[in-house]
Design a protein around this ligand. Structure first.
Ligand code: NDP
Ligand code: NHF
Length: 396
């Protein structure tokens, strides 16, 4: 059993807990930390968490805990991650990793120096429709990826701290642009270096210092464009959609309408209809109404399996750091009104086979953990039996 301390008993903490208690039934959130004792106790009672505290330091030092999940307001991520790393705990941190690339880099260094496991909790690359899309792209169905458009809009966040530029690190870009940027990176290829960005952002509706609308274009070294569109002033509820265009076809994924995924290529059309619980928009519904969305469950399955198997998860702090670097350049571009270079002093690239990560339901019995290209050109598929956990492989 993995014993988890959850720092933050807010909206995302409740979704994480529901997903964690369902994804792998052997894991438990054993300790929850909130600023107020009333909230911590209420959260623990509601979600069946054994213990609670109001002290971050006490939670990370707890010897009965294996994994610390940081689900706190953005200004507390760095402090909590560093404390958990220094206590020798595996650390999972929600998005955005830092308020700036500098903060993210300090977190990345802290976990690497402590030698602890680190996972970046970007749930939007994990819904089944997105995993299926990524699998098709990896198989070459869309040819070379030219353009990814990712959009997330809603009327505005639910807690005060999001609206405080200092505490959040920005507005709609830092809050939701981070999702769109990582979705685009995942489709374009994490081994492809993002080079420069041009961005417009402004406050059109809310009386805030940060931006409530933004549109940006990230140019990658192979010429691909990752476009993001975010708004905190969208009156039509929540909209979350992604489009991927390649030389051989296109792919649409709509999270809000739950229409799943559609792909058009020269070979034909394929459709995947999302399951009810698949919507990442789980957070749109009153907490508890909807069992944790599959994106969150897949994410925690990947993270906790990765800890057990001593492998890297699909999303690490390194990915979170790159996203922060792209957002830093986007904020600079808003000021200069020009293309701004993306500063990545520690660019390491990634091996192409790391791009896909987990793909649930490879077949009825197996989950696909990883693909590796062999020297003879064949692709080795590493599979895990869903019931026994046994690892096996096949070639394609
Ligand atoms: N991936 C996703 O889909 C989403 C991710 N997020 C991310 O999750 C993080 C939290 O957001 P969200 O849950 O919406 O925020 P909320 O405002 O809903 O909750 C914040 C939580 O942090 C607690 N907290 C604040 N300060 C402290 C402190 N000093 N010590 C201990 N606990 C503290 C609050 O405690 P109290 O209530 O007692 O004051 C509350 O439990 C953010 O980084 C956000 O970007 C958020 C939404 C969706
Ligand atoms: O995707 C999301 C939905 O909105 C929330 C509040 O603005 C975000 O924090 C979250 O990441």
């Amino acid at each position: 059993m993995t014993r988890i301390a959850l720092l933050g008993a807010g909206l995302i903490g409740s979704f994480y807990t529901q997903a964690l208690h369902g994804a792998r039934s052997r894991d438990r959130v054993e300790l929850v930390c909130s600023r107020s004792a009333t909230n911590a106790a209420a959260f623990a009672a509601k979600w069946g968490v054994e213990r609670w505290t109001t002290s971050i330091d006490e939670a990370v030092a707890d010897e009965r805990i294996d994994v610390v999940i940081v689900a706190l307001p953005n200004d507390l991520h760095k402090q909590a991650v560093i404390a958990a790393a220094q206590a020798g705990k595996a650390v999972l941190c929600t998005k955005p990793l830092g308020r700036t690339a500098e903060e993210a880099l300090q977190m990345l260094r802290a976990v690497e120096e402590a030698g602890v496991f680190h996972g970046y909790l970007e749930d939007l690359v994990y819904p089944p429709k997105t995993l299926k899309g990524l699998q098709s792209v990896q198989a070459g169905d869309l040819g070379r990826i030219l353009w990814v458009r990712s959009r997330e809009t809603h009327p505005g966040p639910h807690s005060d701290w999001f609206w405080d530029k200092e505490r959040a690190g920005g507005g709609a870009i830092i809050d939701m642009g981070c999702h769109c940027i990582e979705i685009a990176r995942s489709f374009i290829g994490k081994n492809v270096r993002p080079v420069e960005v041009v961005c417009w952002g402004d406050t059109q509706v809310h009386p805030i210092e940060s931006e409530d609308h933004a549109v940006g274009m990230v140019r990658y070294e192979d010429g691909a464009i990752g476009q993001f569109e975010v708004s905190w002033a969208f009156r039509g509820g929540m909209d979350l959609r992604d489009e991927v265009a390649g030389t051989e076809g296109t792919l649409w994924m709509n999270h809000w309408l739950r229409t799943g995924m559609e792909m058009y290529t020269a070979k034909g059309t394929s459709r995947y209809v999302a399951e009810k619980s698949e919507s990442n928009g789980g957070w749109l519904f009153p907490v508890g109404d909807e069992v944790a969305a599959l994106g969150y469950s897949n994410m925690f399955t990947d993270m906790l399996d990765a800890i057990d198997q001593a492998r890297e998860p699909t999303e690490t702090f390194y990915d979170g750091y790159i996203v922060n670097a792209i957002m830093d350049a986007s904020y600079r571009s808003i000021q200069t009104k020009r293309w701004e270079p993306i500063e990545l002093p520690i660019w390491r690239g990634k091996k192409p086979h790391d791009d896909v990560g987990i793909v649930p339901d490879f077949d009825r019995e197996h989950v696909l953990l990883k693909q590796e290209r062999m020297p003879d050109g064949r692709v080795k598929l590493i599979l895990r039996n869903k019931v026994t956990g046994e690892l096996t492989h096949r070639f394609k």
